[in-house]
Design a protein around this ligand. Structure first.
Ligand SMILES: NC(=O)c1ccc[n+]([C@@H]2O[C@H](COP(=O)([O-])OP(=O)(O)OC[C@H]3O[C@@H](n4cnc5c(N)ncnc54)[C@H](O)[C@@H]3O)[C@@H](O)[C@H]2O)c1
Length: 241
């Protein structure tokens, strides 16, 4: 279990949910993990990824301590309240884009020169199934995650020449504080009926896919946006015919 021995990994949003699971998985695989989050839980350094200066400062610390970076996982994210498109506050668009999109831009730019010093650099962005299919009453979040998938492909092309692979996953409903904050027994049952695999997912299942995309096993994979959603975006579950 030392696939990531001597590898330095920065994970944003590592204090909770999918980011926390990613931190556990990379640590178990031998990596040195640096968590950046608003919260200091799970040994995270407090960094607000929506703020360029804070990210730039934190990147400088990675440079002085390690001199390189092998993997960046962009997991920090926010979601604003469910509202039909006509009622969404303009400010909700600003909030979603500040963290979900500009957070990815800030970390990727600030850490680019350190990733260039790795012999197998990789970025994995956490988008959402909301980037691929419409979720009702989530226009601002969906648009921000759509931007993350476009950024993923665009950065993959720009940085292929320096060997940085850039991929994204699109999680389906995953049992984290973000998703469970909105969960009711009725919603749980409805989601489970809608997902072809018939259930909500665990953060560790997302983390294992992230680990694969960041690993040498995925050395030929870049610019990919991978649904990890139990088949939600593949189609409707089979009908009882
Ligand atoms: N849980 C799901 O069902 C689901 C589905 C699709 C996509 N996602 C995405 O997965 C990612 C992780 O979400 P989660 O479900 O684990 O949620 P979560 O709320 O458990 O974790 C998100 C973490 O991001 C941190 N964060 C928020 N704003 C930040 C900022 N400005 N700077 C630094 N850290 C910040 C939070 O403090 C928190 O620790 C998010 O990008 C989310 O959009 C989640």
């Amino acid at each position: 279990m030392s696939e990531f021995k001597d590898r330095v990994v920065v994970i944003t949003g590592a204090a909770s949910g999918i980011g926390e699971a990613c931190a556990d998985v990379f640590r178990s695989a031998g990596a040195t993990v640096i968590g950046w989050d608003l919260s200091g839980l799970n040994n995270c350094e407090p960094v607000d990824v929506s703020q360029w200066e804070a990210v730039h400062l934190a990147a400088g610390k990675v440079e002085s301590q390690f001199g390189k970076l092998d993997v960046l996982v962009n997991c920090a994210g926010v979601i604003t309240p469910n509202l039909p498109a006509q009622d969404v506050e303009n400010d909700d668009y600003t909030k979603n884009f500040a963290v979900n999109v500009m957070g990815v831009v800030h970390t990727s730019k600030a850490l680019y020169s350190l990733l260039c010093k790795s012999d197998s650099p990789a970025i994995v962005n956490i988008a959402s199934q909301a980037a691929l299919v419409s979720l009702p009453s989530q226009t601002a979040y969906s648009a921000s995650k759509g931007a993350v998938t476009s950024l993923t492909r665009a950065m993959a092309i720009d940085w292929a020449s320096v060997g940085i692979r850039v991929n994204a996953i699109c999680p389906g409903f995953t049992a984290t504080p973000m998703a469970m904050g909105q969960m009711t027994p009725e919603l749980d049952a409805a989601v489970s009926r809608r997902v072809p695999l018939g259930r909500i997912f665990q953060p560790i299942e997302m983390a294992h896919t992230v680990e694969f995309l960041a690993s040498p096993k995925a050395s030929a994979v870049t610019g990919v946006v991978l649904p990890v959603d139990g088949g939600w975006t593949a189609g409707e579950p089979a009908l009882p015919m």
